[in-house]
Design a protein around this ligand. Structure first.
Ligand code: G4P
Length: 530
């Protein structure tokens, strides 16, 4: 197959959700369809599970959670699908955000009984910043769920995106009868196909115009369905592919991942409506995988110690254009060095498969010879452009980091600096000249444990973390502004990042508003573009 067709058939997306909405279950069902796994239960290693996607660090085992993430690749029809799996527990990290930078679209899984939850909102904001298509899967319709029109309202009001239901549920929980497909006007009758390797039975469908439907679902649900259809046809947004492409309209699906109901319909619609690898911005203009034949990619994540025996680091690279050939040299733009990428591998669950080639859209892991940083560009020798950087996302937890043994200051500084470069933590110093104080910021509190563990285990340096009472950080847009001149600033902390950018730490959103009100022209930012 010529290389453009290889690229065209690729779909690279991330699944975003609040923990427990069903991201893992949905991912598993998609993998089952693609034949990539044979039994449900292989994706996430819960506490005592025999399977685990990754257990690269003792801490993961101790807490029974998966800190790391992987890339799941499988084939379905003629598509080659890359699912960028993101840590799905409460304590997610900045990596979860960064993974979205490598995706071309996102699937938002929402628990039908809960609606839009906190973590979904955070991840959603990153998708919006990138203007990528977002598809919504309202899950757990086999359990009691909220009124679907309420869910639509909430998605539109809380997230600020328009929605277009592709199908519509008939009842929920014990009275869940199935979904109505607004295009075909057919109703798929609900049947559970949950067990093990089942790929989903042939769906039993009835036309909405079929007399038999009333008998199947009962008068009450039938009448409600007719009313809902009328309301939807009159009031819901029409499907508009351009708006979907720009991330302004989310196609919405209802189903039940656990019972595999509605998953295939969702996947098939999704594959048709989503894009092959998208063009990306570089300092020399747009690099379009459909035009540009030469290989290029960027690093969006670095993970240390995947192999405990060696202190190695794996960098995750999203291939942005062309074909990667493992036998050829590549050029690392930031260091100006040319080399072969060592041990390029596909990282899927426990499997690490050494690969010889990969295409735009794919994500591969490569051994980091110690030169990579997040956002770096790698391309074919002879080229010399850089991809738009990966933004720095606002941490939400802060602590003062103190080495318990002052003799080990050197290891401490080295460890902290390296971990910050890897993107596991962000470090800040006081705005005044007190250089000895190091403040760490993390997106999820688990990263504090990871930091302590790694400093002790990899750098032989014990540390104490003194939590600080701040949860919000904002970059000050005007770098030259003297923070000491700001008014009403007493309850926030002034800091600088390692590039000397000024920032403010706040205890709550109220104090952010207060300071903006009292300092005309002050512009604060939640992401820092790099
Ligand atoms: P997450 O990755 O988003 O955190 O969620 P996950 O898929 O692990 O699902 C969370 C829980 O919800 C799991 O139950 C899962 O079986 C259940 N679940 C997911 N989709 C559906 C659905 O469509 N219907 C119903 N009824 N349940 C669903 P658990 O008991 O917490 O875990 P497990 O013991 O089943 O692994």
């Amino acid at each position: 197959m010529d290389f453009k067709n290889e690229i065209k058939r690729r779909r690279t997306f991330a699944i975003i959700s609040h923990p427990d909405a069903g991201k893992t279950t949905l991912t598993e069902k998609l993998l089952l369809f693609g034949g990539a796994i044979n039994t449900a239960g292989s994706v996430k290693g819960k506490a005592n599970s025999k399977y685990a996607v990754s257990d690269w660090m003792g801490i993961e085992k101790e807490r029974g959670i998966s800190v790391t993430s992987s890339v799941l690749q499988f084939e379905y029809d003629d598509y080659c699908i890359n699912i960028l799996d993101t840590p799905g527990h409460q304590d997610f990290s900045e990596d979860t955000y960064r993974t979205l930078m490598a995706a071309d679209s996102a699937v938002m899984v929402i628990d039908g009984s809960k609606g839009v939850e906190a973590q979904t909102i955070k991840l959603f904001k990153v998708c919006v910043m990138r203007h990528i298509p977002i598809f919504t899967f309202i899950n757990k319709m086999d359990l009691e769920a909220r009124e679907p029109f309420d869910l639509i309202d909430e998605i539109e009001n809380v997230l600020g995106i328009r929605s277009c239901p592709i199908n519509w549920p008939i009842g929920a929980g014990k009275r869940f009868k199935g979904v109505y497909d607004r295009n075909t006007e057919n109703v798929s009758m609900f049947q559970a196909v949950s067990v093990g390797g089942a790929k989903g039975a042939a769906e039993n469908t009835l036309s909405v115009h079929d007399e038999a439907l009333k008998a199947e679902i009962g008068d009450e649900l039938y009448d409600k369905l007719m009313e809902d259809i009328e309301l939807l046809d009159g009031a819901a947004d029409e499907y508009d592919q351009e708006k979907v492409d720009r991330g302004e309209l989310t196609p919405m699906f209802f189903g039940s991942a656990l019972t595999t109901f509605g998953v295939r319909t969702f996947l098939e619609h999704f594959l048709k409506a989503t894009n092959p690898p998208l063009p990306r911005l570089t300092d020399e203009g747009v690099a379009d995988p459909m035009e540009e034949e030469a290989f290029s990619g960027f690093i969006f994540k670095i993970q240390a110690n995947m192999n405990k025996a060696h202190h190695d680091r794996i960098a995750f690279m999203r291939i942005a254009t062309g074909r990667f050939d493992a036998s050829k040299d590549v050029y690392h733009v930031q260091s100006g060095r040319k080399f072969k990428l060592s041990q390029p591998q596909q990282i899927m669950a426990d499997d690490r498969k050494i690969i010889e080639e990969a295409y735009a859209g794919d994500v591969i892991g490569v051994f980091d010879p110690g030169v990579f940083s997040i956002g770096d560009t790698i391309c074919a020798p002879g080229k010399k452009f850089t991809y738009e950087g990966i933004p720095t996302f606002a941490p939400e937890h802060f602590a003062r980091l103190v080495p318990t043994d002052s003799m080990k200051r050197k290891q401490f500084t080295k460890g902290v600096t390296q971990l910050a470069r890897e993107g596991a933590i962000q470090i800040f110093k006081d705005y005044t000249l007190d250089l000895s104080e190091i403040i760490v910021g993390v997106v999820g509190v688990l990263q504090f444990d990871v930091l302590k563990y790694r400093l002790e285990n990899e750098y032989n340096c014990e540390v104490r973390l003194e939590p600080l009472p701040y949860n919000y950080i904002r970059w000050v847009k005007d770098k030259t502004l003297d923070l000491n001149k700001l008014k009403r600033i007493s309850d926030c902390k002034k800091v600088k990042d390692m590039d000397d950018n000024p920032l403010l730490l706040f205890a709550n959103e109220w104090s952010i508003r207060l300071i903006c009100e009292h300092n005309e022209g002050l512009e604060l930012e939640e992401f820092k573009k790099n």
